[in-house]
Design a protein around this ligand. Structure first.
Ligand code: CTP
Ligand code: MG
Length: 227
């Protein structure tokens, strides 16, 4: 399949506060970006686009080449924008003409297993315009205002959204061209454009490294030899 994976890695990592842009922080001897790309390259793909901070484009290319090896011609690296949405838009501008499906993936979800990419592409191949990996909510969620609970929500109707989020290329292009507001993720943007978004099973390992506790968790997971 002609799949492009846009790996957004242009954030600054304010909440992680590790002294470097988040994607370039080490988990073990390898960075968050490097771990993310290793798993991306183990999934279905034809093109990999890394969206990096403007002053880190060269570093991102070095990381991506190290992972791609002989497949280095599949890589493009571009500079991101102020928001995640602007960074995705920058990646979308360099998707090759032959690409049919575009997956958008957070570099910060560095341990996402390749099988999640496979599931998302399978949903697109079966005819869905958009596919979103989800996991059940662990916490009970309430709708609140500043001081009180407005409503208890039924947990069985809720799910946590992960990445990679996959789209028929024309659908994502059109949704981005029409996007007025800033959306939290690409599935929300495509849904706002009137498309149905199919769900596929996500994975606990696709958690987003946001805080230092998340980074500790990623480090612990990598330190344990896998069975
Ligand atoms: N991202 C991006 N461009 C931005 C903002 C975010 O490419 N302008 C990417 C991040 O690099 C990350 C993903 O979007 O892989 C999810 O964003 P988040 O976890 O919020 O990362 P940061 O924005 O870097 O972190 P923070 O919000 O704590 O500053
Ligand atoms: Mg952010």
């Amino acid at each position: 399949p002609h799949v492009a994976v846009i790996v957004v890695a242009a954030g600054s990592g304010t909440r992680l506060a590790a002294g470097a842009p988040k994607a370039f922080v080490g988990i073990d001897e390898h960075s968050i970006l490097r771990h993310a790309l290793e798993r991306v390259f183990a999934g279905p793909l034809a093109q990999v686009i890394v969206v990096a901070p403007e002053d880190r484009v060269g570093d991102a290319l070095t990381e991506a080449r190290a992972v791609a090896g002989a497949r280095h011609e599949l890589i493009d690296v571009v500079a991101g924008g102020r928001t995640r949405q602007e960074s995705v838009a920058a990646g979308l501008r360099v998707v090759w003409p032959a690409v049919e499906y575009v997956l958008v993936h957070d570099a910060a979800r560095a341990l996402t297993p390749p099988v999640v990419f496979t599931r998302v592409v399978a949903a697109l191949e079966s005819g869905h315009d958009a596919a979103l990996p989800v996991v059940p909510m662990v916490d009970t969620v309430k709708r609140v205002d500043a001081v009180r609970v407005i409503a208890a929500l039924d947990r069985s109707e809720l799910a946590a959204a992960q990445t990679p989020q996959g789209f028929r290329r024309a659908v994502l292009d059109a949704a981005y061209a029409a996007a007025a507001a800033d959306h939290t993720d690409d599935a929300a943007l495509v849904q706002a454009a009137g498309h149905e978004v199919a769900t596929v099973a996500g994975d606990a390992l696709a958690f987003k490294i946001t805080t230092s506790a998340d980074l500790d968790r990623a480090r612990a997971l990598l330190a344990v030899p896998r069975a």
